[in-house]
Design a protein around this ligand. Sequence first.
Ligand code: NAP
Length: 526
Amino acid sequence: MTPLLPNYLGGQWHTGTGAGAPLVDPVLGTELVRVDATGLDLAAGFAYAREQGGKALRALSYRARGALLAEVLKVLQSKRDTYYEIATANCGTVKNDSAIDIDGGLFTLGTYARMGETLGDRHTLLDGELARLGKDPLFQSQHVLAPTRGLALLINAFNFPSWGLWEKAAPALLSGVAVIVKPATATAWLTQRMVQDVVEAGILPNGALSVICGSARGLMDQLQPFDVVSFTGSAETAAVIRSHPAVTQRSVRVNIEADSLNSALLLPGNEPGSEAFELLVKEVAREMTQKSGQKCTAIRRVFVPESCYQAAAQAIAARLAKTTVGNPRNESVRMGALVSREQLQSVQAGLIRLKTQTEVLFDGSTQPLIDADASTACCVAPTLLGTRNASGSAQADLVHDTEVFGPVATLLPYAHVGNDVSHALALVRRGQGSLVCSLYGSDSAALAQAAQALADSHGRLHIISPDVASSHTGHGNVMPQSLHGGPGRAGGGEELGGARALNFYHRRSAVQASTDVLRHLSTSSN
Ligand code: NAP
């Protein structure tokens, strides 16, 4: 039997008392470690995080907490090689894809560590300006943001065990809020190891960072009114969390990042061979294959003018054909595996469903896997689907509604007269709210106009014009400076966005008082 990974809760390590769930190498099929949370005293552990961890963090200023995050970053950087080994074994990712998770997480952590310097020696934040409440300026209102006295429960998805941890934990810890992270079981090892390394380094106050691996059973039951829960995962689990009494009765604040039918849109007037057309082709192929398509932000729907449909299909297919799939340990492999057999089955089922309304424009499965046994490895080749009937409600509704969490996208043509893209915009919106849409073209005014029209239904608009060809950060790449989250089916959440991320972990309060009293609020050490 493989070893059980210990949980860290209540300032102590606990090994679950059950048999545990196995974590498996998705390429070789071998069992790696087990996780189990049976027998943990959740009530005591949650109380410890709130009362010990939170209290100790709140006693520090933003600057001091930022400095702790910088120390945490140093520890993690010194152990990067181990994290890469775990990612290869447990996530089945090639080095470049592991980097998105591992180095992306560390970059985000570093961004929030530096933000501590900017926020300075304060213990609360000011929100906006003084507002007069009467005719004379004597009695005024000042909004303040105070760190919540509850804890932050972070429930994460399987696809980003490192980035998913730090993009949430860094803003929470900088805010002065203790964190309990529950990674998705399939890939929990990397999260658990990072927390273990940080705990062993003794940088953070006791109770500031805890990890529970294994079943989520009972976690939500522990939440109290000032706690917050930040969830990333499927719409189904999101619905369970939203309807939990902690949320419906105890007003626990909840942030949901769920699934999303993200799109890429080529504006009219960018013919095959043009720079904008080539940039779309390159980005679509990259987004489909990075992390085997297991990115919540990956492009799932590709909209092009009708006249470009055939050429776009051929050009994307030509790029996908160069994607070698198999064992990430082999240097010639560009795309590794899905994280588990369950995910493989889910992608296969999703493909069958989408194929009922689409044609196959490229099928990479005709190529053999490299260094991997197809009967064991959870590898799936890229597939580009397409349908000329993008708007028929009966014929093509599935592509706007089915998230296949793998290397799969659908090409969809739109009709336009001149530069009028209303048909394309209506099709993009059929995703019912997405994390990100990328726009491609060379007419700045038209690009800006399309972005404005789509802003209400997207957390992020990523515009790729020829002038930023080599400097843009990538459609699916989540930068800590920009918002991550999306309305509607994307979950309605908001993460990151620079200092905006801290809002979730603070309570806003209006202080109404004399100008003299309010003056004390703005002194630097409050
Ligand atoms: P999932 O099955 O919903 O699981 C997400 C997390 O919730 C896991 O940690 C899971 O633990 C936990 N969980 C399961 N049941 C729970 C319950 N009753 N109460 C509390 N927690 C519970 O999602 P997934 O399969 O890991 O992730 C894939 C999905 O996440 C995709 O749809 C993808 O689009 C979405 N995603 C979104 C974003 C974003 O930022 N918007 C990012 C990444 C992924 P166990 O693993 O132990 O079951």
